[in-house]
Structures are given as structure tokens and as C-alpha cells.
Design a protein around this ligand. Structure first.
Ligand code: FES
Ligand code: FES
Length: 160
């Protein structure tokens, strides 16, 4: 089936099989390997991208469902060399260790803050609960999201 999708500001038209998942279209057809697969069963959130500004797990969406829509991946978030506040906060707060979950975490946090710009810590934890991390214990991830919202410390971070 032919689909036309705007991804990270560029419009692509491609033939895809009806069963092709959006995550594999992004990675294998478009080469957007910043979006990663952690579980392939819609549990971990590593594959999270924005579709029309809202977060979706791209292993849970068919490529054909993205036809006519706009998708933003981690690779399209920054403008040139300028990181977004969420990206900067993840860096500043040491909110990643292996980094595997980080693209999905950042996309989820971006959606969370766009709908709730000043979340409480509890709202951050609830909003991020579909994204799993094996490394960080979540403390610094939550701290980063709060910092990106303009709340919380702007310095340092704990390593756990
Ligand atoms: S790879 Fe999509 S949720 Fe885990
Ligand atoms: S930083 Fe390693 S899985 Fe989250």
C-alpha cells in the first residue's frame, strides 16, 4: 500500500506492506534508527514517537495508520544544534545510563509537558509509567522532566 507520511519535517511516499509496523518503517525504510525496539509488545515505550504531536508506541501502530499524518522522532526533535529543554534536562540531570530507553522517554516527556506544562512529581510518574528503564531507577528521569518544566533544581543529578 502506498502511504505518504511527514516524518521529522520531510514528506515521504513509500509502498509498505499492510502488516508493516510504524517502528520498522521508520527504522528500516527511512533509516531513523534513533527510534528503538525494546520489547515489540507495546510494554516498554522505547519506540515512542509523536504522531500529530501525541505520543504513540510505534510498535503498536501500523505504518498505514500513519498515512496522512505527521510523525516526529527523536531525530527530528532538536532544531539544528539546539536541544529541546527536555533533551537538555535529561543530559543535565544524568537521566540516562545505557540510553536505550532515552529516545522513548524524551518523546513521552515532550508529550506530557505539552499537555501539562507544570506537572507535579506524581503526575510525571503517572505520565511516564508506560516507559520502562532498566538502569536509572527513574529518580533522575523524573527530576529531568520536572526541570524541563521549569520546576526543580537546574544543577546536577544523582547517579541512581
Ligand atoms: S518496543 Fe514498542 S513498546 Fe517496547
Ligand atoms: S537508561 Fe538504560 S534502559 Fe533506561
Amino acid at each position: 500500500m502506498k502511504i505518504t507520511v511527514k516524518v521529522d519535517g520531510t514528506t515521504y511516499t513509500d509502498d509498505v506492506e499492510p502488516r508493516t509496523l510504524l517502528v520498522f518503517y521508520l527504522r528500516e525504510t527511512l533509516g531513523k534508527t534513533g527510534t528503538v525496539v525494546g520489547c515489540d509488545t507495546s510494554n516498554c515505550g522505547a519506540c515512542t514517537v509523536l504522531m500529530d504531536g501525541r505520543s504513540v508506541k510505534s510498535c503498536n501502530v501500523l505504518a498505514v495508520q500513519a498515512d496522512g499524518h505527521e510523525v516526529t522522532t527523536i531525530e527530528g526533535l532538536a532544531e539544528g544544534e539546539s536541544l529541546t529543554p527536555v533533551q537538555e534536562a535529561f543530559r543535565d540531570c544524568h537521566a540516562l545510563q545505557c540510553g536505550y530507553c532515552t529516545p522513548g522517554m524524551i518523546m513521552q516527556a515532550t508529550d506530557l509537558l505539552s499537555s501539562n506544562p507544570s506537572p507535579t512529581e506524581a503526575e510525571v510518574r503517572t505520565g511516564m509509567e508506560g516507559n520502562l528503564c532498566r538502569c536509572t531507577g527513574y529518580h533522575n528521569i523524573v527530576k529531568a522532566v520536572l526541570q524541563a518544566s521549569g520546576q526543580g533544581s537546574t544543577t546536577g543529578g544523582e547517579q541512581s
